[in-house]
Design a protein around this ligand. Structure first.
Ligand SMILES: *Cc1c(COP(=O)(O)O)cnc(C)c1O
Length: 834
């Protein structure tokens, strides 16, 4: 049990103020995610861009009374709070949780490596939950912030802990090691990706190995050669020798001698059988319901742990057969009757429920938020107090409707029924709910479907989701947030950020993206046309929105919905002024567009005096910002043009601002300019394509993550003989025996018709398959002769992480912007958060 006094002792801080010591249970780092004010300790983190101390007063008003700070603050604003002063709040967080970890003497498994951390963690949970009361990282909480939040969950009733650790630069693992202090380590594997922040792969491996400095056992796969070398060096230094402290190694390999020597791997259609020789003595085998290489590797890691824990071969076999898919992400899909559905039906515990509820709370598009929830099969906590906590979470996260399924949760009805404004329904089983299901009862709601595995809530998901075609565009919301943060990190302090969400957010969505940007503290949105802005307002987006093409026919909508027009000519200025005057409004916000060399829209230098005169004659309009657009900011050969535009803009905006007599925001940079021309950041930047993961500079490319994946499926396979032709016009002819896959995408979906006959390629099972014949309206054919494992129904990647939209656009002689915005609306968008 902690309180401000004991925490101050642990942190060796200074108690600036103390007013009594209520118990502290929760660590609060993100002010937006506050659920339990009375028992939370707020630790405001400070980064180059954001200083969370600014949220203290708001949280204090909401009932938070315990704070750790690293700055002097005005104590008189927090008369009833306990306030601890430390040098650095992130270090304090780490120190506090490292102390907490030391209070437990149970096996702790620490997992690091490039891929598979989360799956191995979740699979170990599936495999061991019958034998241990397990605490584990929620989702993929493995960062400098995620790890402390994970480890803080450790409670006396736990018998085993499983935590993952990820790093992005040298020096970070030493912190995570102190917090996790694993007894047993797993190094999953090492990939070339994300070398960013590291000199080379060895440096990256050695940094990750720091996690196991105090471990007793390290499990790893010898088949990664560089990893093997680094582990052996690490072992020579820190490993167990004779009677000394130090770790032992447990290696496995598919190629050479190892503690767990994999002797055969036999793949069937749906299952893989794996045989091995353990410690040169026991021949063992398992069978898993997966056939892909990643799953095989992850399962072998889990196998090694189970063997180390001394589990019986038959028990291991039984449980391995039952391994199931891990949904690593929260998906947001279109539902029936104008609903949105968040499907997270694969696991349920308090940690992941909280994350899912935060995501639900971010959704503004519908008036009602509904949760369909099963029993929480989590031992340890008393049922009554568990469901009381859940009920209070639902209330805090603004849920209006609960459908609870399961005997336990139904038994604790009372906890939920006493929450004001929460409508409740209870069912004993999933079948009972499905039998009574009436689709008309769901209208204009955002519905979170969240259940433990055994409840098979995916069946409920199917009832609520709109049937999608097999061609879908997946949008990774976490990647957008990551990309926005990469650009934010480049901005000078105080520089604002406008996000360009025109053209359906470059093809990726409307309110789904805007909700995320609003949540991440972007300052402004910009759309091309008024109706795009109206759609965002209708979906509950309240942040300021600039409209770049304000047509006079939409002025009434602009005024009604509080959109802010770009004014680019005298004519549009006078027309708009008249409309504002007729509506009886004053000081209506507008944005002045200057032409500094693009020669598209905008006022020229000679217009400034007259423009200033009109704007200062009355108080109908208020200039919110002055801006211009760069013609070639991405092109080093045109840097002198860019600089010339910058100078002209500076000069013109200065003249106009002086005449106006008040301060306005000035902005000229688009995505490419943010990194390449930092001197042009001014008061705000306009981020477009970069947010969606695309930037022409090498430096930014390495930092950004892929956002969109367009995928489809194989409808039919055909075996052709030499001389057979394919498609309209018979433009392709087989030279010999060939296998052709017909896939469900055509030019009506936005796949360029010019990518016919080998110009375009798609990925099947990680291999490129060229387009053969012409691209038809709804379908096209691929040559898969060299991919014998391709089957009807298999996934086909049109573009994504491993086949970039940029590459596709060069094949089609165009730019990524055109491909992305050209994907037709009949292609369903599926959003997810990792
Ligand atoms: C589209 C647009 C941007 C964003 O450009 P990107 O190259 O996508 O970053 C910025 N400003 C204006 C005026 C735009 O029309």
């Amino acid at each position: 049990m902690y309180n401000a006094e004991s925490i101050n002792k642990i942190l060796k801080g200074e108690l600036l103020q103390q007013t009594g010591f209520p118990e502290i249970e929760h660590l609060l780092l993100d002010s937006r995610k506050m659920s339990f004010p009375e028992t939370s300790l707020f630790i405001p983190l400070v980064s180059a861009r954001r200083n969370a101390h600014q949220y203290m007063e708001e949280l204090y008003r909401k009932g938070v009374s315990n704070f750790v700070v690293s700055e002097q603050i005005a104590l008189e604003n927090f008369p009833k709070a306990n306030i601890i002063l430390v040098k650095d709040t992130l270090q304090a967080l780490h120190a506090l949780v490292a102390y907490h970890r030391q209070q437990f003497h149970i096996p702790v498994i620490g997992i690091t490596g490039s891929n598979g951390k989360t799956i191995i963690k979740e699979w170990l949970y599936q495999l061991l939950e019958k034998d241990y009361n397990i605490v584990r990282s929620p989702k993929s909480y493995n960062s400098q912030i995620g790890v402390p939040l994970s480890v803080w969950q450790m409670k006396p009733e736990h018998q085993l802990a499983i935590f993952e650790a990820g790093i992005s630069q040298p020096g970070e693992m030493v912190n995570l090691e102190k917090i996790i202090r694993p007894n047993i380590g797993i190094f999953t594997n090492i990939g070339e990706a994300h070398n960013e922040g590291f000199l080379n792969i060895r440096q990256k491996i050695n940094e990750k190995l720091v996690l196991f400095a105090k471990s007793e056992l390290l499990i790893y796969c010898k088949d990664y050669l560089v990893l093997n070398e680094c582990v052996l060096t690490f072992h020579a230094q820190f490993g167990k020798k004779d009677n000394q402290e130090g770790h032992q190694l447990l290696s496995w390999s598919r190629k050479t001698d190892a503690d767990l020597r994999i002797t055969t791997v036999e793949k069937g259609d749906t299952h893989t059988s794996i045989e091995a020789l353990y410690k040169q003595a026991h021949t063992l085998s398992i069978r898993i319901p997966f056939v892909d290489e990643g799953s095989i590797e992850n399962a072998i890691h889990c196998w090694a742990i189970m063997l180390h824990l001394g589990m019986e071969a038959t028990v291991i076999q039984q449980r391995m057969e039952l391994l199931s898919n891990i949904a690593m992400r929260l998906e947001l899909k279109q539902g029936i009757n104008n609903c949105s559905v968040i499907n997270d039906s694969y696991s349920l515990d308090l940690g992941s429920l909280t994350i899912a509820l935060d995501f639900l709370q971010q959704q503004q598009q519908h008036p009602t938020r509904t949760v369909i929830l099963s029993d929480i099969l989590q031992s340890g906590k008393g049922e009554a107090s568990l469901y009381e906590e859940v009920a209070s979470l639902l209330q805090k996260k603004g849920v209006q409707k609960l459908i609870a399924i399961g005997k336990n949760i139904s038994r604790e009805k009372k906890c939920f029924q006493q929450i004001p404004d929460l409508k409740t329904q209870f069912f004993n089983t999933t079948d009972e709910f499905i039998q009574q299901f009436n689709s008309a009862e769901f209208q204009h709601e955002t519905i979170l479907v969240k259940g433990a595995r055994v409840f098979e809530f995916e069946r409920i998901g199917k009832l609520l989701e709109q049937k999608a075609h097999q061609t879908i565009l997946e949008i990774n919301l976490s990647a957008i947030a990551h990309n926005v943060q990469q650009y934010q990190a480049l901005l000078k302090p105080g520089t604002r950020l406008m996000a360009m969400v025109k053209a359906f957010s470059y093809g990726s969505g409307s309110f789904e993206i805007a909700n995320l940007l609003q949540f991440h503290g972007v300052d402004y949105l910009a759309v091309a046309y008024a109706d795009e802005g109206v759609e965002l307002r209708r979906a509950g987006i309240t942040m300021p929105i600039m409209v770049m093409n304000p047509e006079p026919s939409t002025f009434d909508a602009i005024l009604h919905w509080n959109l802010e027009p770009e004014i680019y000519s005298m004519q549009i200025l006078l027309q708009f002024e008249e409309e504002v005057s007729a509506a009886g409004k004053t000081q209506f916000p507008i944005h002045i567009k200057l032409d500094t060399g693009m020669h598209r829209l905008g006022f020229e230098k000679k217009h400034i005096p007259e423009l200033a005169k009109i704007l200062t004659e009355n108080t109908l309009l208020k200039v919110q910002s002055i801006f211009s657009h760069l013609a070639a900011s991405e092109d080093p050969a045109k840097d002198s043009l860019t600089q010339q535009q910058g100078r002209l803009f500076f000069d013109m905006s200065h003249e106009l601002q002086k005449a106006l007599g008040y301060a306005v925001i000035r902005h000229i940079s688009n995505s490419a300019a943010i990194a390449r021309h930092p001197d042009l950041q001014l008061d705000m930047v306009r981020l477009g394509i970069g947010m969606y993961g695309i930037d022409s500079s090498k430096e930014m490319k390495d930092k950004l993550r892929n956002v969109s994946t367009l995928k489809t499926t194989i409808a039919q396979l055909k075996h052709l003989e030499a001389g057979d032709t394919v498609g309209y016009g018979a433009t392709w002819e087989a030279k010999g025996p060939a296998t052709i896959a017909t896939v469900r995408i055509g030019y009506a979906d936005g796949y360029p018709r010019r990518l016919a006959n080998g110009k375009g390629k798609m990925l099947i099972h990680g291999k490129l398959a060229p387009v053969v014949g012409v691209v038809a309206m709804d379908m096209l054919m691929l040559d898969v002769t060299h991919i014998p494992e391709a089957m009807e129904g298999d996934e086909v990647i049109v573009f994504g992480q491993d086949l970039s939209v940029h590459l596709l656009s060069t094949w089609a002689d165009t730019i990524p912007y055109e491909i992305l915005t050209g994907i037709s609306q009949r292609v369903k968008r599926v959003y997810f958060q990792e």
